[in-house]
Write a protein that binds this ligand. Sequence first.
Ligand code: AMP
Length: 577
Amino acid sequence: MEVIVGIDLGTTNSEIAVIKDGRPEVIPVDGELIMPSCVGIDRNGSLIVGRPAKNQMVSNPESTILSIKRKMGQDTKVRLGDKDLTPEEVSALILKKLKAEADAYLGEEVKKAVITVPAYFDDSQRKATKNAGALAGLEVMRIINEPTAAALAYDSKLEENQTILVYDLGGGTFDVSLVTVENGVVEVKASHGDTHLGGDDFDNLLMEHVARIFRRQHGVDLLADLRSRNRLWSAVEKAKRELSDMPYVSIKEEFIHGDHHLDVEASKSEYEAMITPLLKKTIHSVHQCLKDANLLPRDIDKIILVGGATRTPLVAKILQNEVGVEPRHEISPDLIVAMGAAIQGGVIGGVETDSVLVDITPYTFGTSAVDFRKGDFCEDVFVPIIKRNTPLPVTKAEVFATLFDGQESVDVRIYQGEKPIASENIFIGNFIINGLSDVPAGNQIVLKLHLDLDGVLEVTAEEKRTGLSKTVRMDTGKPGSVFDLQKARKNIAALLNEEELAQQGKSVEGESREGLVGEAKELRKRAEKIMDIIDETDAYELQALIKQTKDAIAGGDIERVAELNESLSDMLFYLED
Ligand code: AMP
């Protein structure tokens, strides 16, 4: 069968993916899954595309082209070396590079592609994208909207009627779209955004903040000098990524200006305060988009995060507060669009394709703490650190403070679950860190959790001021599992299929066996009814029980069916309220 690749031709970065063994796989370009959408001419006069072109951006800006996507569809030319090129031609160079890498990776020439564009692209921009594909030697089988591709990555069939909000925050652009699926018809109902808002603006804010501190310390303006400014930017961009997982970050650069070294600490809380006004702007767009589509927040079934900057945890937090739906972020926000395009390519090519599968933790892990709420101390408060549905392996940290003056030790207690009261969750383990400094209350302790694919949790508590630390490994007993809610629903639907059940019933002899199989069927029906409204952890457990029941029926183990019916019935008793 002929290969049809999926291409996300992005403003800052581009990716190419293909269906392999029924699932989308991203093809590496120069050893990386993400290729900068950058074209240049190097000092020897040779054409360079991707990472090498991005690398010469600072030293050779006049021979480097960035963000050509912004010009697609315009009757304009950009200069590269001694030539003037149309936006289509520059995009074709990017596509050509992606194609060449895919040809080499697959060992055959790729001739057909699905390319994605923003939902707001008009006809001329779409046509320009198609022309760029043709210039690169690709037959563009379809141009699809980026939000539609993102929705396909989570659910390759998109059969269920639903309304999906796709929130896409990249390096330099932001857009939000509402995608509806009705009787198999997928439609972008509305789209809104800001073509000049993204992670780069977050970098600028953090850069100004650090530069201000440096100016106070050394009387030098790092932003005034191009070389120092570039070094500051790359340090700050790295720090910004770390702040997605850590409560603090040290931003260090030796000899950043003359004899001066940069050594500034930034906290997640101050960084979040800086970017909140920008995120509020994006929320304004979300509401505008809902208004344009004539929808209310409660109409949204699913939120999908796209674009590297959505790795900033505050994005999901603010969205959840506004819309009341927990955003999906399991699939890499940088790769999701290319993977969705590959799924579309697979469908067009008649290849059996499935959604993207990721290793995630279906449970939240966190600790117990004392919190001061509404003028009162609340003990036993659960503070989530690694949230459910986070891809594995993962490392996340939060900062806590001692309660008493001269507090020598802290009892670190780790729980798994979703309940706000720590002790109502599953206790995983604890340890005591002793020998803390004799200082007033408020001594900061950084708690770091690392969860691997085998379900082993490594917990480190560190006194921030001294670096005194203790690490303990805990077995969570639950290996990182791959949970696909969509699939769970389908499995249940399949289990409810009368014929299949009758078939299974027949293989089990005797009156009581028929009765137990019938009971299992009733229980599954009840489970199906609540599957959409319970949280994913419960859904996961319910699904596991149903799967075991199915296996027990198929294996004729009727005692086990009886046992499992009882467990299912108990669980439903609690969940159905
Ligand atoms: P994109 O245009 O989708 O490739 O997104 C690029 C933007 O995502 C840049 O501003 C990156 O700095 C930002 N980004 C990438 N990884 C992270 C992260 N872990 N946390 C916060 N921002 C990130």
